[in-house]
Design a protein around this ligand. Structure first.
Ligand code: C2E
Ligand code: MG
Ligand code: MG
Ligand code: MG
Length: 288
C-alpha cells in the first residue's frame, strides 16, 4: 500500500496496526458528530424482583445509531470513547436521557445507568448527578449507578468518598459484572453497595454446571450477610431461573425476562410478558 503512495513514502507501521489506528481515529471523529447530532439512543432492560414478582428497575443501555454503519453496540464504541475522554460527555447525555425517561414513560421504576471509570473520575461527576436529579424532579432513590471493580482499583479512597456522598444523596449503587476482573472480597465490605450483579458468565453456566452454581449460592449468602441485594444478569432460560430461585437470589435480569428495548415498547408489552414467564417458567412451576 505504501508503494501506491509513491516511491518516497515509507510505511513505518505494521499494515494491520495502521488500520486499527485509523479505524479508531475515524470512530472518534464520528463520535464527536454523534454527540452533537444526538445519534445515541437508550434501550431499557427490566430487572425483576423474584419475591414480589415486580419490576424493580430498568437498566439503561446505550446504542449508537450511526448514519452509515447502522446500530453500533456499546462494546464497540465505549472503549474508544473512554480512550479519547468522549465518554464524559456521552455519560452526561446518558444520565439526562435516562432521567428524562424515568420522569415520564417509565415513571414508577428506578433507572440504573452504567458509569465508566473515566466518567467516575471526572471532577464534575457528583455535581452532574445532583443537577440531573434536581432537573428531572425525581427522588434520588430512583437513580442507581452501576460501576465495575475497575472504577475502585485506581484510587479507592477517592472512590469511597464519592460513593459515600452519592449514598448520602440517596442514589443507589450497584457493583456490576461481579466475579470477573479483580473481585476482591475486600471491596464488598469497604464500599456501600446496595446490590451486586453476578456476571452473566457464571449465571449462564449455573443451570448446568455445579461449580458455577456453588459460586452463585456463595455470593447469595455473602449478599445476605452484607445486606446487599443479589442480582443475576444474563438469565436466558427457565432452568437457570428456577435454579436462581432455589439459591435465594433476589433479582434477575436477562433475555428470558426481557430484552433491552426502546422506551416506547416497554410501556405496552413488558410487564404482562414477565408475569407469564414467572408464573409458569416451564409450563408447570410457579416462580415466586
Ligand atoms: P452490562 O452493564 O453488564 O450490561 C449487560 C449486557 O448484557 C448488555 O449488553 C445487555 O444487552 C446484555 N444482556 C442482557 N441480558 C442478556 C442475556 O440474557 N444474554 C446475553 N447474552 N446478554 C444479555 P450491551 O447493551 O451490549 O452492553 C454491554 C456493556 O456496555 C454493558 O455491560 C456496559 O458495561 C456497557 N454499557 C452499556 N451502556 C452503557 C452506558 O450508557 N455507559 C457506559 N459507560 N457503559 C455502557
Ligand atoms: Mg450494567
Ligand atoms: Mg453486567
Ligand atoms: Mg459488562
Amino acid at each position: 500500500r505504501a508503494k501506491s503512495m509513491g516511491r518516497h513514502t515509507y510505511c513505518i507501521f505494521q499494515p494491520g496496526m495502521g488500520d486499527e489506528v485509523r479505524q479508531r481515529r475515524s470512530l472518534e471523529k464520528d463520535l464527536s458528530d454523534a454527540i452533537y447530532e444526538e445519534q445515541f439512543e437508550l434501550h431499557f432492560q427490566p430487572r425483576v424482583d423474584l419475591k414480589t414478582r415486580k419490576i424493580n428497575s430498568y437498566e439503561a443501555l446505550i446504542r449508537w445509531n450511526h448514519p452509515e454503519k447502522g446500530l453500533i453496540s456499546p462494546g464497540d464504541f465505549i472503549p474508544v470513547a473512554e480512550g479519547s475522554g468522549q465518554i464524559v460527555q456521552i455519560g452526561k447525555w446518558v444520565l439526562e436521557a435516562a432521567l428524562r425517561a424515568s420522569a415520564s414513560a417509565i415513571s414508577r421504576h428506578r433507572i440504573s445507568i452504567n458509569v465508566s471509570p473515566v466518567q467516575f473520575r471526572d471532577k464534575d461527576f457528583v455535581d452532574d448527578i445532583r443537577q440531573a436529579i434536581a432537573g428531572a424532579g425525581i427522588p434520588p432513590e430512583r437513580l442507581e449507578i452501576e460501576i465495575t471493580e475497575t472504577t475502585l482499583i485506581e484510587d479507592d479512597s477517592r472512590a469511597l468518598s464519592i460513593l459515600t456522598v452519592l449514598k448520602e444523596i440517596g442514589v443507589k449503587i450497584a457493583l456490576d459484572d461481579f466475579g470477573v476482573g479483580y473481585s476482591s472480597l475486600g471491596y464488598l465490605s469497604r464500599f456501600p453497595f446496595d446490590s451486586i450483579k453476578i456476571d452473566r458468565s457464571f449465571v449462564h453456566e449455573a443451570g448446568r454446571n455445579a461449580s458455577s452454581r456453588a459460586i452463585v449460592e456463595t455470593v447469595v449468602r455473602l449478599g445476605r450477610a452484607l445486606n446487599m441485594r443479589i442480582v443475576a444478569e444474563g438469565v436466558e432460560d427457565t432452568d437457570t431461573l428456577l435454579m436462581l430461585r432455589e439459591c435465594g437470589c433476589d433479582e434477575v435480569q436477562g433475555y428470558l425476562l426481557g430484552r433491552p428495548q426502546p422506551v416506547a415498547h416497554l410501556v405496552r408489552a413488558v410487564e404482562p410478558e414477565i408475569m407469564k414467564v414467572l408464573e409458569s417458567p416451564d409450563g408447570r412451576t410457579r416462580i415466586g
